[in-house]
Design a binder for this molecule. Structure first.
Ligand SMILES: C[S@@+](CC[C@H](N)C(=O)[O-])C[C@H]1O[C@@H](n2cnc3c(N)ncnc32)[C@H](O)[C@@H]1O
Ligand code: SF4
Length: 377
């Protein structure tokens, strides 16, 4: 009882919703309580380290997004990672991808300077052959894997459960029709089977949904959120579609202002009334005073080790094979994005940097940034 109380106190520091949703879950899966305590200790330590760096003038984010692979087995419509050149369907990439020992070095440095959690994306993370090695090596860090859910093997479930420091988030778009239309035939069924397996074994899981004009209506209907909850899903990440190409059909997927306002209202309503932890981008940026990229809340590393402000922006000044993370976070590129109130404003768009293409281009030129596209040398 005492231990649960102390855990609740820590989770409340971050967000009371987390305690309300995950403590009942942890009680049903007591093995996770030990992991929670281990992670709670490292959360508090890493927070202290970050505060120390801030006093020295360097902002370290609590989270890093790692695109561990440029490979993907799907070709989803409007995928930002394909447009940014983080994902490529070529056999080889022009830029060399990081080796396991290089990822290990980066994650070690990140942990030492106060990064607490890692969002693992890509490409498709389960195509990266050393994923489990990373989770095993960094037991004191929390990993959130965003996956298309089509490639998990039987043995993966048991390992993930045993490690206890990983949440698996499976991307869907809505029902079978909506999902398969964007992601390919048969993907919905595979993704839902994966979620079911994760629930049966007892691995924290959730869904990630790109909100477009095609599926926002589906997700504003309460019965569809209730259906997720009934299936044991406890995290819902809703990211509004960011057009990343010049194509009209890509831009047509973006919500109108009216739809965005309505959707935001419903997300806030779900957050108050449903037993599922809701993350909504860009809506949640209002809690943080604007966009949280460039180290304010997170930053992104490409499969080649380039440090970019976020997964959608494909510019960098530092590659982590030759620079440290600390140097990257202190760079003029990151500092100037963080310090520009104007650049951090979404201005009714799904992404702040996307809302200011001219200013971002000028900034990139003035700090000598290069393109991180894996297809370019
Ligand atoms: C790029 S994927 C990488 C991980 C994995 N391959 C997957 O699909 O889950 C990460 C998330 O970004 C979402 N996404 C892709 N393109 C997007 C876009 N243009 N705007 C917003 N979200 C997008 C995907 O639906 C997925 O949930
Ligand atoms: S599975 Fe993920 S990375 Fe692959 S194309 Fe789809 S959204 Fe992009």
């Amino acid at each position: 009882m005492k231990t649960l109380g102390s855990l609740q106190k820590t989770l409340n520091l971050y967000d009371p919703n987390i305690a309300n949703i995950f403590l009942p879950w942890a009680c049903r899966h007591p093995k996770y309580l030990r992991s929670f305590f281990r992670l709670r200790r490292s959360y508090l330590t890493s927070e202290k380290i970050r505060k120390g760096h801030l006093k020295e003038g360097v902002k370290i984010p609590p989270f890093l997004i790692l695109s561990v692979t440029s490979k993907c087995n799907l070709k989803c419509n409007g995928c930002y990672a394909s447009a940014a050149g983080t994902v490529t369907h070529q056999q080889t990439t022009a830029k060399p991808t990081l080796k396991l020992h290089q990822w290990m070095k980066i994650i070690k440095e990140a942990s030492e300077i106060g990064v607490f959690g890692f969002v693992v994306a890509g490409g498709e993370p389960f195509l990266y052959p050393h994923l489990i090695d990373i989770f095993t090596t960094f037991k004191h860090r929390f990993f959130i894997v965003i996956t298309n859910g089509t490639l998990l093997k039987k043995e993966d479930y048991k390992t993930l459960k045993k490690l206890g420091n990983i949440a698996i988030i499976v991307s869907i778009e809505g029902n079978d029709l909506l999902t398969d239309n964007r992601r390919g035939t048969g993907v919905f069924e595979k993704a839902m089977n994966t979620l079911q397996q994760l629930n049966t074994v007892g691995v924290i899981n959730g869904v990630s949904v790109t909100i477009t004009r095609t599926n926002y209506d589906y997700w504003t209907k309460e019965e569809n959120i209730d259906h997720l909850i009934e299936q044991g899903i406890r995290v819902g990440i809703f990211i509004e579609h960011i057009p990343t190409t010049a194509e009209k059909q890509d831009h047509d997927l973006m919500l109108t202002n009216e739809e965005r306002n309505m959707f935001r209202k419903q997300m806030l309503n779900y957050r108050e009334t449903k037993s599922i932890y809701i993350v909504h981008s860009p809506g949640d940026e209002e809690f943080f005073g604007g966009c949280i990229s460039a180290g304010r809340g997170f930053a992104h590393i490409t499969p080649a080790g380039d440090l970019t402000p976020c997964p959608v922006s494909s510019i960098a000044t530092h590659n982590l094979t030759t620079s440290t993370l600390l140097e990257g976070f202190a760079s003029p590129l990151f500092k100037r994005i963080r310090e520009s109130e104007h650049l951090l404003e979404t201005e009714g768009m799904p992404c702040a940097l996307f809302a200011h293409p001219k200013e971002v281009e000028e900034l990139a030129q003035s700090v000598g940034a290069y393109k991180t596209d894996m297809n370019l040398k």
